[in-house]
Design a protein. Structure first.
Length: 454
């Protein structure tokens, strides 16, 4: 399916993000800092809802996963062992005239794409941000901002094994910031120099890796659809052998069809035993696993589903963006999955008198104990619905004259615009039901067993 039939453009998304407080440019009052972004009041809620959904589905709901939160700053030996000091580079060229820098592998010709000037020879540029630990700025105190969260998991493999009684196959997940001094960042949140990752390192017995790789590819591909991204805008693309990272035996990307083309949301790699082997060799610590049942000792293989946060967030926004006509007026509507929507419900008094604002504020305060709920009394009811549609609020609760008589309200659905009347006392239960996790993860217990528990 082509993007041309969709109303969304990157310009509309960036405008909406700024206008409604999803995303602002970093340090904007000083002219901004290239490729760094701040999440505003609505963006931070959306981001939290995405990371919480990921954590709930991949860590909490699974018996074979545990979580971790390792430090961003790590021993410099980590990056030697992982191959990042030597190999985490992009080929860089400079324009001799306009001084702009480009990735040599992204240029289509021998001249500067901006001014047609002559380019320097390509040289390898390491993408890790370097800094110094302590007061002395010398090579002995050089450390790096981590370019992936993954290494924090590998160096804690034995700690987790010793402290948690996990048995292979099992995985460790973590969410955290990573930093890459990208030569050509861009496309809004898509490629930035500071970003967040949601990573899983899943440890398996060598020989079981191909099967687990397939399972994780299916699981992660389904996850994006579970939270509303349309199937036709997603694809799973296998890497060619020339594209593989230095550590990978195989890799497939979950790609999304952005307005700027198909691009990666998440990579699912088979890292073999590359990392544990390198860390064993470099640290001198035995990182092998002893299987009590088979009495075998081996270095586990690793399947790594590695997602960003900003890229999926952008994909959820792009996929949710729609324009239609409501009550004869054009509207922008974000059809976000209610579980991801920043604000869950808005409460409106139909009139700014007759006790309706006071009643609506009480309802807001009660619901706010459980959900992010907002109150709005400014402008016509139609305009107030529109304001909420534009930020994806799934439910509009209106207090009217009937509320004052029988304690019922209308609940309007963002997508169908249908309204149903229900008692105020049922609101919290109703919202909770509509916001509950829907489809269970496919790896889990079978349907009958689940139904019995539920
Ligand atoms: N540990 C493996 C790893 O980091 P990667 O493919 O380099 O693999 C994984 O990164 C994910 O992290 C990507 O699919 C993307 O979602 C996100 N990511 C990587 N670089 C990024 C950048 N510069 N800006 C935003 N997200 C990025």
């Amino acid at each position: 399916m082509s993007t041309t039939s969709r109303p969304v453009t990157m310009e509309k998304i960036t405008n909406l993000c700024k206008r409604r407080g999803f995303v602002f440019q970093s340090s904007e009052i000083y002219g901004g800092l290239a490729s760094c972004w701040d999440y505003g009041p609505l963006g931070v809620e959306l981001k939290r809802n995405i990371t919480e959904a990921w954590w709930r589905d991949n860590i909490v709901a699974r018996e074979d996963m545990v979580g971790l939160d390792s430090a961003i700053l790590m021993h410099p030996k980590v990056w030697e062992a992982s191959g990042h000091v030597e190999g985490f580079t992009d080929p860089l060229v400079d324009c001799k005239s306009c001084k702009q820098r480009f990735r040599a592998d992204q240029l289509s010709g021998p001249k500067c794409p901006e001014c047609g000037g002559e380019l320097t020879e390509a040289r390898q540029f390491n993408l890790m941000f370097r800094t110094f630990m302590g007061p002395v700025e010398d090579t002995a105190s050089t450390i790096y901002l981590r370019p992936e969260t993954a290494q924090g998991i590998f160096v804690n493999f034995q700690n987790v094994l010793n402290s948690s009684r996990m048995k292979i196959p099992f995985g460790i997940g973590q969410i955290g910031k990573s930093f890459r001094n990208e030569i050509t960042p861009g496309n809004f949140l898509f490629r930035t120099r500071e970003f967040e990752q949601m990573e899983i390192e899943f440890f398996v017995k060598p020989g079981d890796d191909a099967e687990w790789h397939e399972r994780w590819k299916a699981e992660r591909f389904a996850w994006y659809q579970r939270y509303g991204i349309r199937r036709e805008h997603l694809r799973l693309r296998e890497h060619g052998s020339d594209e593989l990272a230095h550590y990978a035996k195989g890799c497939a990307d979950v790609e999304y069809e952005f307005p700027f083309g198909w691009s990666e949301l998440e990579g699912i790699a088979n890292r073999g035993d590359f990392d544990l082997r390198r860390h064993s060799e470099t640290s001198g610590k035995d990182l092998s696993y002893f299987d009590e049942e088979t009495r075998e000792r081996y270095l586990p293989y690793v399947i790594e589903p590695s997602a960003g946060v900003g890229r999926p967030l952008l994909a959820f926004l792009v996929d949710a963006y729609d324009e239609d006509v409501a009550d004869g007026e054009e509207r922008i509507v974000l059809r976000l999955d209610p579980r991801l929507a920043p604000v869950k419900a808005a409460v409106f008094p139909l009139l700014r008198k007759a006790g309706q604002p006071e009643k609506a504020l009480v309802i807001r305060d009660v619901l706010k104990q459980h959900f992010l709920v907002t109150y709005d009394q400014a402008g016509s009811i139609g305009r107030r619905y529109r304001r909420q549609d534009e930020i994806g609020t799934p439910f509009g609760i209106t207090v009217d004259h009937q509320t004052m008589q029988d304690d019922t309200v209308t609940v309007r659905d963002r997508d169908t615009m249908e309204q149903v009347r229900m008692p105020v006392e049922r609101l919290a239960t109703e919202l909770r039901a509509r916001l509950a996790p829907s489809a269970p993860p496919p790896h889990d217990v079978d349907g009958a067993a689940r139904a019995a528990v539920e």
